[in-house]
Design a protein around this ligand. Structure first.
Ligand code: F1P
Length: 346
C-alpha cells in the first residue's frame, strides 16, 4: 500500500522543477523582494520543519551572498524579541511556512511589520494564506502537500531560497547548478529507496543520530524530526564535531549515526564517524565522492554540483529512512501521533 507521504517524497523532482519554473517567471516580484533586503539585517524564521529550513537557508544565504543571514524561531520573535533584535537598525524578515497558517509564523510577521518596521517576505506553498496576506511580498514553492509531515515542501522551499540567494549574488553559474538538481533527484530516489528500507528494517537499531556542520546542521535537525514524526523513534541531531562534547556518551551498538558529509569539512567530519564506529555504532555516510570512506553504509549523491548547491539532495535519503522505519514498525506515516498539519494557537 502506497501512502501519501511516500508519494510526496517521490514527487520531489517534479516539485523542484515546477518551483524553479515559477521562480524564473516571477522576476519582478523577486527583484522587489531583494530590494527590500538592501542594507537590512536578514532574519529567517518559522516553526518546526520550517525553522530547520530557516537554519540551513540562513547559513546558505550567508555563504552565497556574503552578507549575514540569521535563523530564529517564530516563537522567539514573539516571546523574546529583545534577545534577538538590536535597538537600532531595521531587520528584514523571511517568514517560512508551508501552510502559511501557523499562528506563531503569522504573528511573527505581524510583529516584524508593526513593531520593527521590517520588510517581510513570505516563503510558502500556499499563496492565498494568512501569512501571504500579512507579508509585503510572497514567494511560492510548487509543493502543496496532503501529508501532515513536510517532505517535498521542505526541499522545494530550500531550492527556492537558494535561487533567491544566487540571484542576489548575481551568481548565474550557481543558478545553473540548482537547475540540475531535479534530474539528479530523479536518478537518485530509485537508487536509494531499497537500501534505505534495508537499513530501516534492522531491528538491532533503536537510536538514530543525525550529524551535519554549517548549512547541513538544519538538514540534520530536519532528518531527526522526520524520524520522530513518522516512526516515533529516539532520534537526535547535532553539529558533527559537537557530538564528541558529551552526546557521544549515549552511543551503543543500537545506535545508527548518519553523517551528512560536506566537502568543506569532510576530513574532520569523517574522524567523528570513525570515533563512533569504534564505540560500536552502525554508521551511514551521505554525500559526494564517498570512495574510501570507512562507513557501514554509503549513499553517494553524485550531485556534480558544489557543496551549498547540493543541500536539497541529502533529504530524500533521510526522509526514506524514516518512512521505511515507520512502515517496519507498523506505524502509519501519514498520521503522526499527537500532530496536526497546522498548529493553530488561541
Ligand atoms: C510547521 C509545522 C510542521 C510540522 C507539522 C506542524 O508548519 O511545525 O513543520 O510538520 O505539520 O506544523 P508550517 O508553518 O510550515 O505550515
Amino acid at each position: 500500500m502506497t501512502t501519501i507521504t511516500e508519494t510526496e517524497i517521490k514527487e520531489q523532482p517534479q516539485a523542484w522543477a515546477k518551483t524553479l519554473e515559477r521562480f524564473r517567471s516571477d522576476g519582478e516580484n523577486i527583484r522587489a523582494a531583494l530590494e527590500a533586503f538592501t542594507d537590512k539585517r536578514l532574519v529567517f524564521t518559522g516553526c518546526g520543519t520550517s525553522y530547520y529550513l530557516a537554519l540551513s537557508a540562513a547559513s546558505a544565504w550567508t555563504s552565497i551572498v556574503g552578507r549575514a543571514g540569521r535563523a530564529v524561531t517564530a516563537s522567539d520573535v514573539l516571546l523574546h524579541p529583545s534577545s534577538l533584535f538590536s535597538r537600532t537598525g531595521k531587520p528584514a524578515g523571511i517568514v517560512i511556512s508551508r501552510s502559511g497558517e501557523t499562528t506563531e509564523a503569522v504573528r511573527a510577521a505581524e510583529f516584524l511589520n508593526e513593531k520593527k518596521g521590517a520588510e517581510t517576505v513570505a516563503v510558502t506553498c500556499q499563496p492565498d494564506s494568512q501569512l501571504a496576506g500579512v507579508c509585503r511580498r510572497t514567494l511560492v514553492a510548487e509543493a502543496a502537500e496532503e501529508s501532515v509531515v513536510m517532505t517535498k515542501s521542505f526541499t522545494s522551499m530550500l531550492v527556492l531560497l537558494e535561487c533567491l540567494a544566487a540571484t542576489e549574488a548575481g551568481n548565474d553559474e550557481l543558478l545553473e547548478e540548482l537547475a540540475t538538481l531535479a534530474d539528479r533527484c530523479q536518478e537518485l530516489i530509485p537508487k536509494v529507496d531499497d537500501r534505505a528500507r534495508e537499513i530501516a528494517q534492522l531491528d538491532a537499531l533503536d537510536h538514530f543520530v543525525f550529524l551535519g556542520q554549517g548549512p547541513l546542521y538544519g538538514l540534520a535537525c530536519e532528518s531527526m524530526l522526520k524520524m520522530k514524526e513518522m516512526s516515533l523513534s529516539t532520534s537526535e541531531a547535532f553539529h558533527t564535531l559537537e557530538f564528541r562534547h558529551g552526546p557521544i556518551s549515549t552511543i551503543t551498538d543500537e545506535s545508527l549515526v548518519v553523517l551528512l558529509v560536506s566537502d568543506a569539512a569532510r576530513e574532520q567530519e569523517l574522524k567523528v564517524l570513525q570515533d563512533v564506529q569504534r564505540l560500536g555504532a552502525t554508521t551511514m555516510a551521505v554525500g559526494d565522492d564517498l570512495g574510501g570512506v570507512a562507513a557501514d553504509f554509503h549513499f553517494e549523491l553524485k550531485s556534480g554540483v558544489r557543496d551549498v548547491a547540493r543541500l536539497p539532495l541529502y533529504m530524500p535519503i533521510t526522509q526514506l529512512l524514516a518512512y521505511h522505519r515507520a512502515r517496519h514498525k507498523g506505524i502509519d506515516p501519514d498520521n503522526p501521533k499527537n500532530l496536526k498539519q497546522v498548529v493553530v494557537l488561541e
